[in-house]
Structures are given as structure tokens and as C-alpha cells.
Ligand binder design. Structure first.
Ligand SMILES: O=C(O)CCC(=O)C(=O)O
Ligand SMILES: [Fe+2]
Length: 286
């Protein structure tokens, strides 16, 4: 780059940031055209929303079949119940992440250039246990930044009811900008099911406290969990070429600073390394 070009690039760097939910005009217009204004307001005010008719019912039916097929390819005990690392394994997954409603909501919640973090299909049969309350920003210490960092959407392929094992949420808990305490997790005060028909997209702020209900009815709840994150925290330099052989005999701190000891960036078709999750969440907070 010439000196002049460098100077020009520097001159273009903005010095101010937009407040959360203060959308650029073009993004506000996209949100309005897609019929998402009320959903964005609910995300801002309550910390979650359900977008109905996210695609055609036929598309959602095809996605459901695909998730069930991919779950049969999962190794180990999660076979038939979960499938991870889905982009590139069936073209329908590209259509999911490129869905205009998803793209607009991701930009509202995680900014431009947001990165796909995780794509996991889950299949919950009758008897599936409940998932404890948590905030998804589990690898961030509290207080969480005012700008949302992680954004999770669930593509609903079977009607969400409490007995069907819908997502549970405590509306407005995102304003606390912290993880729920043990007592708050046990008490579940104010928790409600997010009810909606199949072919909806339920989604929430990374700070809001949520989990799910046990499934007590026949059949299966098939959901595709889609998580995006802001672009900010990737390292500037990429050291992925420094492999295990390079690390042999070197101090453990080197592996840690290259991100080799936490659970991020290591998922396979069987999902993340569950043994590394508690340590990652603890390191991030304490
Ligand atoms: O399964 C659910 O309904 C919620 C799962 C969840 O907590 C998530 O995807 O972040
Ligand atoms: Fe979650």
C-alpha cells in the first residue's frame, strides 16, 4: 500500500461507536422490510423474541429431515440426538445461515462481520431432562458489555410448548448483565416458556437467563441452534501452523496462550470437548 493509501485508510477509521440498537438507516430499513421491527424491539426490551414464518413450512420440514440424518452420523452416545459442525455437510445449512431474517438479526445483535460460532442440531425425545438456566455469554466475565456479544437462534421444527420442552426464559434478565447465581438458577423466578409454532426462529440476547423445559409428551423436539459472535476477539496473528509437534517439550503456558487448552475452536461432528468447558468458563470469569 502506498503512503497516500495508508493515510486515506486511516482517515476513514471512525472514532465513534453506535449505541446498542441505534441501527444505521440501511439496517433499520432491512429490519422493517423483513417485518422484524417488533422482534428487534422485544430483543432490546425483553432479551428474547420468536420470529414466526422464518421460511416456508416445506423448507423447515426438509431441514428437520436433514438434522435427523446428520444426527445419525454423530459418533458416540449423542448419535441420533445431536449433530455439530454442520456447515458444509448439506447445502441446506448454507441456506439457513444466509436466511435474510437471520442475517439481519445477527447484524443487529453482533454487528457487521459477525462470525458463525456454532451450529448444533438437537433432538429431544420424551423424557429429555431440562437444561439449567444460564446466559450464553459464558466465556465472558460479568458485568457483560452493554453491546451484545453472542447471539443464539433456535430454528424451531416442532411446536414449542412447555410440555414439548420449549426454551425457558426469564424476560428482562439481560438488563442485569451477569450470570444467574446458584439460588437464582434453582428458584427460576419469573421463568416462562417461549411458545410458538414450528417454522419459527426463537432467539435471545447473550445476557438473558434461559434454559429449557423437560419434554413430557411423545415425539421429538428437533431444533437447530445457531450462534454468532462479534468479530472482535480473534487474535490478530494466526499461529495455527504451530502444531502439537512444535509444542512438545515447551512450557504449557505457550499452548494456553495459543488457545489450545480451552474448548473454543475445537468442535468436531460430535460437538465440543465437554471436558474443557468447565475450565474455560471458570478461566473466563475468575
Ligand atoms: O434447547 C433450548 O431450548 C435452549 C438451548 C440453549 O440454551 C441454547 O441454544 O443456547
Ligand atoms: Fe443457551
Amino acid at each position: 500500500m502506498s503512503e497516500a493509501k495508508v493515510a486515506e485508510t486511516r482517515a476513514e477509521v471512525p472514532t465513534s461507536s453506535r449505541a446498542p440498537f441505534d441501527l444505521r438507516d440501511d439496517l433499520a430499513a432491512r429490519v422493517a422490510a423483513l417485518g422484524l421491527r417488533a422482534n428487534v424491539d422485544q430483543l432490546r426490551d425483553e432479551g428474547y423474541t420468536a420470529v414466526r414464518d422464518v421460511a416456508t413450512p416445506a423448507f423447515t420440514a426438509r431441514l428437520r429431515e436433514t438434522c435427523q440424518r446428520l444426527a445419525q452420523e454423530t459418533p458416540g452416545g449423542a448419535r441420533g440426538y445431536a449433530a455439530a459442525m454442520l456447515l458444509g455437510r448439506d447445502p441446506i445449512i448454507e441456506e439457513v445461515v444466509l436466511n435474510p431474517k437471520i442475517q439481519a438479526l445477527v447484524e443487529v445483535m453482533c454487528g457487521r462481520g459477525a462470525m458463525l460460532s456454532q451450529l448444533v442440531a438437537s433432538i429431544r425425545p420424551k423424557g429429555a431432562a431440562e437444561l439449567r438456566l444460564h446466559a450464553d455469554q459464558n466465556w465472558f466475565p460479568a458485568p457483560f458489555p452493554e453491546h451484545n456479544q453472542l447471539f443464539t437462534m433456535c430454528w424451531v421444527m416442532d411446536e414449542f410448548t412447555e410440555a414439548g420442552g420449549a426454551t425457558k426464559v426469564i424476560p428482562r434478565t439481560h438488563v442485569h448483565r451477569r450470570h444467574p447465581s446458584r439460588d437464582e438458577i434453582a428458584e427460576q423466578k419469573g421463568a416462562i416458556p417461549i411458545t410458538c409454532p414450528a417454522n419459527s426462529l426463537v432467539c435471545w440476547d447473550g445476557s438473558v437467563w434461559h434454559g429449557n423445559y423437560p419434554r413430557t409428551i411423545d415425539g421429538e423436539r428437533v431444533v437447530l441452534h445457531i450462534t454468532f459472535g462479534r468479530l472482535a476477539l480473534r487474535p490478530v496473528e494466526d499461529y495455527s501452523h504451530l502444531d502439537e509437534a512444535w509444542l512438545v517439550g515447551k512450557p504449557a503456558a505457550l499452548a494456553t496462550m495459543l488457545g489450545r487448552d480451552d474448548f473454543l475452536g475445537k468442535s468436531g461432528p460430535g460437538g465440543p470437548d465437554y471436558f474443557k468447558i468447565p475450565k474455560t468458563f471458570d478461566w473466563a470469569k475468575n
